[in-house]
Design a protein around this ligand. Structure first.
Ligand SMILES: Cc1cc2nc3c(=O)[nH]c(=O)nc-3n(C[C@H](O)[C@H](O)[C@H](O)COP(=O)(O)O)c2cc1C
Length: 317
């Protein structure tokens, strides 16, 4: 299979393949400093998603910020970033040198903040798509934007008219009904969804039995969340027609093939990149090998009614 056989269009953006990074899990600017231009020649992802930026600069949470679980991480990073102006002035010029389309992830603590971010980022030709990180409380309503379908729709309705760039809504798994949130996002003009963000979690210091993380609670990621993510990707893809980027514990081509079979159009590698900075490329190569051996694209999961009246999943040939 040639390189072009991997390529696809996602929301009208040409990608050389389906493997992206999860926002906040690969620092391309630091990696370029560490590895030099080799990084550009062998860039591990088919599109690059920036770490989430906010309107104002943020310090992030106090340390410690990470706890390693037997099968993943709990992070309490707290979105440290330079803020919109700092990002545009110093990070964007470096990120545009990457050899793949750029997705900028933004988070607003109110609809006005979100609107300012989308408007300014959307003006930049170098940005291919905007990801809306909705795992944050709206300070005006106290509701987590992505946990509530109506809140999600209101946020989308506010920002949709401000840009013609594709808008990807990053869903939180910490919601009662992620497919309903995805449907609300689709109805209000989202072009795609990505999921899952981290699951809420906590770790205690083994000596003091007090919270280990400076932020008290954190987000669980890595292999521990893969089964949850796969189910949510399947449920969301069954519910909406817009494409999905599936992520959560993907560490091999086999895992990526599972997410594609569950309904995702693209996948993202997150926590695995901390263990192996070249993981994105390896996952893509393993996925290619699986496709080559199968002689076709991975099969897609289809929901079928089970005799008990519930939903059962079957692999379609
Ligand atoms: C250290 C760390 C930082 C993260 N930062 C962000 C972020 O800035 N924005 C975001 O939308 N998701 C962030 N995430 C979530 C990931 O993008 C991804 O959705 C999640 O970790 C699940 O994928 P994984 O299990 O492959 O890591 C972060 C995850 C980790 C582990």
């Amino acid at each position: 299979m040639t390189a072009s056989a991997r390529s696809l269009e996602f929301c009208g953006v040409a990608l050389r393949g389906p493997v992206l990074n999860g926002s906040g899990t690969f620092d391309a600017i630091a990696a370029r400093r560490a590895f030099g231009d080799v990084l550009l020649e062998r860039f591990p992802f088919d599109a690059f998603v920036s770490k989430t930026i906010t309107l104002e600069p943020r310090q992030g949470n106090p340390p410690p910020r990470l706890w390693e679980t037997p099968a993943g991480l709990i992070n309490s990073i707290g979105l440290p970033n330079k803020g919109l102006e700092g990002f545009l002035a110093s990070d964007l010029p470096e990120l545009v040198e990457l050899p793949v389309p750029l997705v900028v992830s933004v988070m607003g603590f109110s609809r006005d903040e979100l609107a300012a971010l989308v408007e300014r980022v959307g003006e930049r030709d170098e940005v291919a798509m905007i990801e809306l990180n909705f795992s944050c409380p709206n300070v005006e309503t106290g509701l987590v934007m992505g946990a509530d379908p109506a809140e999600t729709a209101r946020a989308l309705e506010r920002v949709r008219p401000l840009t013609s760039k594709p808008l990807i809504v990053k869903l939180t798994p910490n919601a009662d009904d992620p497919p309903a949130v995805a449907a609300a996002a689709e109805g209000a003009g989202a072009d795609a969804v990505s999921l899952i963000n981290t699951l809420k979690g906590m770790a205690l210091d083994p000596d003091t039995r007090r919270p280990w993380l400076g932020g008290v609670t954190g987000g669980v990621s890595g292999p521990a969340v893969r089964a949850v993510a796969l189910e949510q990707v399947h449920a969301v893809s069954t519910r909406v027609a817009i494409p999905a980027i599936g992520m959560g514990g993907i560490a091999s081509g086999r895992h990526a093939a599972d997410f594609l079979a569950a309904g995702a159009t693209c996948v993202a590698v997150g926590t695995e990149s901390f263990r192996d900075p070249a993981a994105g490329r390896r996952v893509a190569e393993e996925l290619e090998e699986l496709r080559r051996r199968a002689g076709t694209r991975p099969t897609r999961l289809e929901a079928t009614a089970s005799p008990s009246g519930g939903q059962a999943a079957a692999f379609s040939p």
